[in-house]
Design a protein around this ligand. Structure first.
Ligand code: FES
Ligand code: FE
Length: 421
């Protein structure tokens, strides 16, 4: 039995998740949060950046793995290094900028400087150190495992984490579907980022990314406004052909393909786009890609949405504070007008001042407050338990309003937090 010391003493982590319900401690206990950092964020694969954000030699971006600051750095050899942002002298972060291009990271404290794969280049006044002082051992520490899939870069601090592709399983097919919408075979990030912080646990956001139950209620006013503007009635999720799918290893999908939401408006350049897709992928795959409308959680911190062309990343700050970054992306080879139209959906729906996301953030903060109540211990995730179906690839499928996705997330959470994995 896996135990950690919790707010009221000893906690058996594996007793906090049962079939169809999870304990409130998952959201409010700081020591459960510490254990999550160790087991989930430092023990497994975590999304860190998109390759196109640091496409040129010398490009870098600062970010986090869990709570540890990192620099994502493109070396002149083309390789991406994930460097721990901590000077090997006395610990200061060596890079404070969000992004840029540089040949070296120079620590502001005593001037030690490192190249963009972390090797220590300069120690001022080196005669102050003895003969046994070995600069070759004092390079920035780096994540031992870095791999990318279709441009999405993941890193792990655990040298024994295993192959990224294996961890992704069938989630990789969904990413293929999303990225194949680009006639050039790649997506590109370059239209900025939306950032916001909410006062709630990080899992409130990831379970919401794949929650098809809440939109009609949480976003009622946004849908009413859209209906007034466009004359279109908001479609009800109830009875929709859309599906919620739990993918092995904690990944999860809402698949709206075939539902009215999937009918994307066409615009200028649509015929050329169609032709470009067909010439790259063939008619059948082009049709499959165009008809698809998917949004996927890649456990534990990445969400990608095809309809609206953006991805979001969650950064846990503390047990009750979380930052979200949302990035619009462009389809390489797509028309500029089309890319702008699709990416603008991020602005009006999922930005900090959009019509959708603020409603969700309000819900998260209400959950965080409500979960302080100790006399009601459990959150229910049992919706659709009686009608879920397991596929041959290990995925579990339910109605889009069912909590099958959250059950998959917490099954993985439990396996990672205990010795089940
Ligand atoms: Fe970086 Fe001293 S802490 S040079
Ligand atoms: Fe929402």
């Amino acid at each position: 039995m896996a135990r950690v010391m919790g707010e009221a003493g000893d906690v058996a982590v594996d007793e906090l998740v049962e079939k169809g319900r999870v304990h409130r401690r998952l959201y409010v206990d700081p020591l459960v949060f510490e254990k999550e950092m160790e087991r989930i964020y430092y023990g497994g694969w975590v999304f860190v950046c998109h390759e196109s954000e640091i496409s040129e030699p010398g490009d870098y971006k600062t970010s986090y793995i869990g709570r540890q600051p990192v620099i994502l750095s493109r070396h002149s050899n083309g390789q991406i290094y994930v460097l721990l942002n901590r000077c090997m002298h006395r610990g200061a972060q060596v890079c404070q900028e969000g992004k840029g291009n540089t040949r070296a990271f120079r620590c502001l404290y005593h001037g030690w400087a490192y190249d963009n794969k972390g090797d220590l280049l300069v120690v001022p006044f080196p005669e102050g150190y003895g003969e046994d002082f070995d600069t070759s051992k004092l390079g920035l520490r780096a994540a031992p495992c870095v791999e990318s899939y279709r441009g999405f870069v993941f890193a792990s601090l655990n040298p024994d984490v295993g192959a990224l592709r294996e961890c992704m399983g069938p989630a990789a097919d969904v990413i293929d579907l999303i990225v194949d919408a680009a006639p050039g075979g790649e997506i590109e990030v370059g239209a900025g980022v939306q950032k916001y912080v909410y006062y709630g646990n990080w899992k409130l956001q990831i379970e919401n990314w794949v929650d098809g139950y809440h939109p009609s209620f949480t976003h009622q006013s946004a849908f009413a406004l859209m209906a007034r503007k466009t004359g279109a009635k908001p479609s009800s999720q109830q009875g929709s052909v859309a599906k919620a799918v739990s993918i092995p290893n904690g990944h999860a999908l809402l698949d709206f393909t075939g539902s009215p939401r999937a009918a994307l408006p066409s615009g200028d350049g649509d015929a050329e786009y169609q032709a470009a897709l067909e010439s790259r992928y063939g008619r059948e795959r082009a049709r499959e890609v165009r008809e698809s409308d998917v949004q996927i959680l890649v456990f534990p911190n990445l969400f990608i949405q095809s309809n609206g062309q953006h991805f979001r990343v969650v950064r846990p700050i503390s047990v009750d504070k979380t930052e979200v970054h949302a990035y619009p992306y462009a389809l390489k080879g797509g028309s500029e007008e089309q890319n702008r139209r699709m990416a603008s959906r991020l602005g009006w729906w999922a930005s900090a001042a959009g019509f959708g996301q603020p409603d969700d953030l309000e819900a998260f903060e209400r959950c965080q407050e409500g979960l302080r109540i100790e006399s009601a211990e459990w959150l229910l995730f049992s919706r659709g338990l009686h009608r879920e179906q397991r596929r041959a690839d290990g995925s579990v499928v339910g109605d889009v309003t069912d909590e099958v996705t959250q059950r998959g997330i917490y099954e993985e959470w439990k396996a990672r937090m205990t010795d089940g994995r």
